[in-house]
Every structure is written in C-alpha cells, then in structure tokens.
Design a protein around this ligand. Structure first.
Ligand code: ATP
Ligand code: MG
Length: 563
C-alpha cells in the first residue's frame, strides 16, 4: 500500500466482497462517490484470486456467502504474509456477540451489521484506513528510529572503541609517566646523595679554611715584623699589631684609609714607587728586599728592611718590614771601629817597619862593627902564632870561619829586617833574589813569571809588596811541605795580579779564624792589611792535599788614583 495522507482517502483501493450484486453495486457507488477506487468480487474464491493479484487497501467482506464464507476468506488472507496486514471489515446480518467474536478471531478488524447505514460504512472505512495509515506511519517511524538507533549504537560502539583506545593510550602514557617519575626519583636521590656529600665536603673545607684563617691570622698578628696587605691602588687593607707599634697608628686609623706612600720618607719615595711599577709588570723585575726609611706618627724616622711579595693570582702585595735602626747604628759603629782598627794596624805595621829598620841598623852598625873588629883582632892574633903552634892556628881559622858565618847571618837578618836591598837592586831584582835564596835554603823548586813593576810603586809600597812575598814564602817554608812554588805577576788591564801558588798539603782557610788567639799567627792578617794599604784585594784559596794559592790584586796606573 502506498503511503498517503489520511485526507486523501480517495486514492485508496477498496475491495468489496459480497454474493449480492445489489449490495455490491450499492457499496461501489457509495464508496466511489467518496472518491475511493473500488474493486468487487461476488464470491470468496474470486475475491482471493483478485486480492493475490493486487493487494487492496481495505476489504469489506460479507460473512455469509455460499461455498466459502467471509470468515474463511479472512483466515486465508491472514495466513498469507503479503495479505496479512490488510484491514478486513465484516458485513453481516447477524448481530450476536458469539458471531462477532469468531469474526475477530479470524482476523477481522471491524463489523458492520446489515442493513447498514451509508454514513456508518463510510465512517468505519475511513477510520480503519486512517488506523492503517497511522500504523504504517508508525511502522515507518519505528523502522527509521530503529535505523537511527542502530546507527547511534554503531556510533556508540565506535566511540567506546575509540575511548578504549584512548584509555589504553592514556594507561600507556600513565605507565610511561610513572616509569619516568621513578627514574627521575632515582636520579634525584643520587643527585641528592651527591649534593649531601658535596655539602659535607664544603662544610669540612669551610672548617679547614676557618682553622687555616685563624692560624694565618695568628701568624700575621704575632710575627715580629710589621706586616701589611696593600691594594693595587696603594691603600693598606690590613695591618698587624707590630705595624701599629712601629708606626704609632691604630688599625682603625689605617686600614682602608691610608696609603703606603704616607708612611715613606720623602727621599725614598721615588725609588719605592719605581719598584712598585716594575713589580706589577714583572714580579722579578724589582728587588724583593731592600732598605728604606719610614716615618711614624711622631715624625720619627726609622730605618727598615722591607720584603715585598705579590699575592699569587691577585693585584695585592704583602709587605713586611723590620726596624733595623739599631742594627744600622751598630753597623755604623762597627764600620767606624773597623776603620780605626785598620788605621791602628797600618800604623803598627809602619811602626814595625821603622823598628825593624832601627834594629837592622843597630845590628849592622853595632853588631857588624864589633864582629868586624873581633875578626880583625883574631886575624892579628893568629898572625902572631909561632910555627910550632899549628894546631892552635887551625882552631883560630875555624873561629874566623865561624865569625864569617856570623857576619853573613847577621847581614841576612839585617837585610830581612830592613830590605835596603830594594834601594840597591830595585823591587824586581830583590824579589828574584829572595826567591833564589828561598830555593837555595829549602830545596823547593821555584818557577817565576814576572813583569817589571819597579816604576809602578814608590819605596814604601815596594816594601809592602816585598813583605807580602816574604810572608807568603815563609808560610810555604814553615807549613806547606811543598815541592814546587809558582810565582806569576802580570798586569791585567790596569790591575797588577800577583799569584803565589804551592803544591803543598794545603789547609782549611776558614778554620784559622776559629783558632785561639794564642795559636793564631799574624802572617795572613798582616798580608791582608798590607794589601789593603796598597788599595788592593786579597784572596787565599787552599785545598787540603792539593796546595795553596794566594792572589793579591793591586790597581795600577789610572785605576790606582781611583782606588
Ligand atoms: N802555604 C801554606 N800551606 C799550608 N798551610 C798554610 C800555608 N800558609 C798558611 N798556612 C796555615 O795558616 C796558618 C796561619 O798562617 P799565618 O801566617 O797567619 O800564621 P803562622 O805562620 O802560623 O805564624 P806567623 O806567620 O805569625 O809566624 C798557619 O799556622 C798554617 O797552618
Ligand atoms: Mg806565617
């Protein structure tokens, strides 16, 4: 059945089944007049054939018909799938309820009692068509709703699936997150442990630093020298107690307030500033220690010995200084007494020389004369001896020879005491003669390399040089046990260099200064003093078992005046 609106009932086709042609006509006309399409059948069989060929929208079915009654027709139609839904309205003259019940059981929807009223027929037809229409529409709606619900169900399943996927992804993400949190926690706990260890280490370092700070501050404070730390621009940032004592200023007056230049004596400031500039470029460019003067609060000037050191890796310098004012005074008086001593010893040597000359002359004049007289008298006596006094004459001669020896010895002593030989032979020859004599009396081989120095020195100086040689050779003879002596004298670029070297047993030079005064000879001291009197320098080198070398250098020529 086509879908039509209920207001268009005339498009419906109605099958009328009745064995009465009159009723058939009547109903056909009635229904047609209402606009319905009408098909008619005169028997049940014919009706079924027609209905199976084309399904009508409603059937008006006569109950009482020969051969096949209306209930049977109805039952057959209701048992067939295609005709099952067609609304069937019975037409019957019987009005008993039992009859009607049978008709409804067979599948009819309504019942019109004959003789029927046209309005009733039309009303019932219309009603059932509307019901049919509504049922179909309802069915349509149910079907549409079912489709929509199926789709919604499908969508829901889809969504559930999607949700499940999302949930599983979420679970995965949650698992990952948990794993990451676990890993991070483990990492953090390691970091935490490391941090704790580091903090502990830091604490220990801090403690050590504090202890070290106390230690160094104590050293800084208790050191005997005034110590300060100077910043790059010259401000004193730290000073110690000794600094306070020496300068008379308190730490509060100095630290961060005063510059080092305020404490320096004006005359030394230039030098110290220059050192400071040099030191900042190169630590080694300026001296680390030097002496200068500082002025204290009371204006008192002190001599100090400064030590300056840059603090590694900083622009700061550490300066410490010792008050050497007293030392300076002592040094001054020592120098003074040394000067006096030199003066005394040189005066002593001069006096000794004069005394030697006096003794020498006395020996020569007195003793020499007497011996000469003695020799003359003995010679005269010997001449008076008789021929038979031969033995006595021999004795006289022996005595005379002895006196000759005495005279010779006396001359030597006199010569040694006063080297008048210098006047006769000049210095060089006198020295050669001395060395020759040394060789003769000692069996020590002497080699000589000398230049002519006679014109270089006056008589007094020549005597000093002569005495130096004399003492050096005496020492070799007395102490060295040498086999060979080498004497070299040369002019070394305006400096006379005398070297007297032996190959004897040698000695420890330093040791002789530690000897008791009674055991200490005068030889080396006088050598030194004489060299000094000549304006020269003296050097004594000796090695045990290898010999001794004495070197005396004396400025000559133009250098002499300068010395
Ligand atoms: N050439 C030398 N070889 C070995 N020892 C030497 C030599 N010259 C000096 N000495 C040692 O140095 C010491 C000091 O010598 P120095 O001339 O001052 O005193 P001295 O010879 O002992 O006494 P003095 O010179 O007063 O007679 C000597 O006692 C000797 O031990
Ligand atoms: Mg000596």
């Amino acid at each position: 059945m086509a879908s039509h609106g209920v207001d268009r009932l005339n498009t419906y086709e109605i099958m009328v089944v009745d064995d009465s042609p009159i009723i058939l006509d009547l109903l056909r006309n009635l229904l047609k007049s209402e606009g319905y399409m009408v098909r008619t059948a005169i028997s049940g069989e014919m009706a079924l054939q027609s209905i199976y060929l084309r399904i009508p929208d409603l059937i008006l079915l006569d109950v009482k018909m020969p051969e096949m009654d209306g209930f049977e027709v109805c039952r057959q139609l209701k048992s067939t799938e295609s005709t099952l839904e067609i609304p069937i309205i019975y037409l019957s003259a019987m009005d008993e309820t039992a009859h009607k019940v049978e008709g409804f059981k067979a599948g009819g929807v309504d019942y019109i009692t004959k003789p029927f009223q046209s309005e009733e027929v039309l009303a019932r037809v219309k009603t059932h068509l509307q019901i049919r229409e509504l049922a179909e529409s309802l069915e349509q709606k149910v079907s549409e709703r079912t489709i929509a619900l199926t789709q919604a169900n499908k969508d829901l399943r889809q969504e559930i699936l999607q949700r499940q996927k999302t949930e599983s992804a979420l679970q995965q993400a949650r698992d990952n997150l948990e794993r990451m949190v676990e890993e991070r926690t483990a990492e953090l706990s390691i970091k935490n442990r490391q941090l704790t260890a580091e903090i502990e280490k830091h604490h220990k370092t801090e403690e050590a630093l504090r202890a070290s700070e106390i230690k160094y501050r104590t050293i800084f404070e208790t050191t005997a020298s005034a110590t300060m730390i100077i910043e790059n621009e010259g401000t004193l940032s730290l000073v110690n107690t000794e600094f306070e004592r020496l300068t008379g200023f308190t730490k509060a007056q100095v630290e961060g307030k005063k510059k080092w230049t305020e404490f320096v004596f004006e005359g030394d400031l230039g030098m110290m500033e220059r050192y400071g500039r040099l030191r900042r470029n190169d630590q080694k460019a300026a001296p680390r220690n030097y002496e200068c003067r500082v002025i204290g609060r009371n204006g008192k000037i002190r001599n100090i010995f400064v030590t300056v050191e840059m603090m590694p890796g900083t622009d700061q310098s550490v300066v410490s200084f010792l008050d050497v004012s007293k030392l300076k005074q002592i040094e001054q008086s020592l120098r003074e007494s040394e000067r006096r001593l030199h003066y005394l010893s040189s005066r002593l040597l001069v006096a000794q020389e004069n005394e030697r000359q006096r003794i020498s002359m006395e020996i020569h004049d007195e003793l020499g004369q007497n011996l000469a007289v003695l020799k003359l008298e003995l010679t005269t006596l010997a001449g008076r001896l008789r021929r038979d006094q031969g033995a006595l004459k021999i004795e006289f001669n022996t005595i005379l020879e002895f006196i000759d020896g005495m005279i010779e010895e006396m001359r030597r002593i006199s010569r040694d005491l006063s080297p008048s030989i210098i006047q006769d032979l000049k210095l060089c020859r006198s020295l050669e003669w001395m060395l020759h004599d040394f060789n003769k009396h000692t069996d020590i081989c002497v080699s000589i390399k000398m230049i002519d120095i006679n014109a270089m020195f006056d008589t007094k100086e020549q005597i000093l040089i002569y005495r130096i040689f004399q003492e050096a050779l005496n020492n070799i003879r007395k102490h060295a046990q040498a086999r060979h002596v080498s004497v070299i004298m040369k002019n070394d670029n305006g400096t006379l260099r005398i070297s007297i070297e032996d190959d004897g047993k040698g000695f420890k030079v330093d040791e002789i200064w530690h000897r008791h005064v009674a055991d200490r000879g005068l030889g080396i001291a006088s050598l030194e003093e004489r060299t000094r009197m000549l304006g020269g320098t003296f050097d004594l080198k000796s090695q045990q078992g290898k010999g001794t070398r004495l070197t005396v250098t004396i400025p000559v020529g133009s250098k002499r005046g300068a010395a």
